[in-house]
Design a protein around this ligand. Structure first.
Ligand SMILES: Cc1cc2nc3c(=O)[nH]c(=O)nc-3n(C[C@H](O)[C@H](O)[C@H](O)COP(=O)(O)O)c2cc1C
Length: 208
């Protein structure tokens, strides 16, 4: 059965946003993504994909309803190919894949080429099809971090060298762009969607 799409839907570009089971900077990332969604409302549709652990952690942080309210349907991992995000990325249905926040687990998988979970598989398949992948790792820099527990208490954690080594490997991976913090996310959207319209309007101005 063919899906009827409004002109609005046809026109809008799609971005796939993957959320893994990382509590670290999860709330800040969701807040940033809501602002980005509002800013690009007419031009970009953001689709949310949760790893199984992501689904669990989003519930701990009481963000499930927020995600559904702000982004509509939320897809949850069944296995590496279900939902079939990997296929949709390869067939060009999305401008890029953003994984934020990305656990040390998902980062390790992507860095070492393991494609056995929804978001690691989607990232690796996207890269095979030249679709850019942006990753915001929870374990970015070696040292001690203080993260927020779901009940608001602080938790002191050590960022391990082994996990940071995987991040460094990702930084050298063709097609992967590592971002450090939620505040860096808007510039990714700007690069993909604003620079194009800026170029377009500059070109139209040149005509006159
Ligand atoms: C409340 C909660 C918070 C967590 N926060 C983190 C985190 O900040 N970073 C991390 O690497 N793992 C974190 N984990 C552990 C991951 O969820 C776990 O390693 C999981 O297997 C990751 O699976 P995924 O990468 O497929 O999402 C957290 C787990 C829970 C229950």
């Amino acid at each position: 059965m063919s899906e009827e799409k409004s002109d609005e839907e046809v026109k809008r570009k799609r971005v796939a946003w993957g959320i893994t089971g990382s509590g670290d900077r999860l709330t800040e990332t969701v807040e940033t993504m809501i602002k980005v969604k509002e800013e690009y409302a007419g031009d970009v549709e953001i689709r949310v994909y949760l790893s199984k652990a992501g689904d669990q952690v989003v519930k701990y942080y009481r963000l499930s309803d927020v995600l559904k309210k702000e982004f509509g349907k939320v897809w949850v991992e069944v296995n590496s190919n279900s939902p079939f995000l990997a296929g949709q990325l390869q067939s060009g249905r999305f401008e890029f894949l953003l994984i934020a926040p990305a656990t040390s687990n998902t980062v390790a998988k992507i860095a070492t080429g393991m494609a056995d979970s929804l978001l690691s598989n989607s990232a690796i398949m996207a890269l095979k099809a030249f679709v850019p992948v942006y990753i915001m790792p929870s374990d970015y820099k070696e040292g001690i971090v203080v993260t927020k527990l779901p009940d608001g208490r602080d938790l002191k954690l050590r960022i391990r060298k082994e996990d940071v080594d995987h991040v460094k490997k990702l930084m050298q991976t063709d097609g992967v762009f590592v971002i450090e913090k939620p505040e860096d996310i808007p510039s990714v959207f700007e690069k993909h969607f604003r620079s194009h319209s800026a170029r377009f309007s500059r070109a139209s101005m040149d005509v006159y």
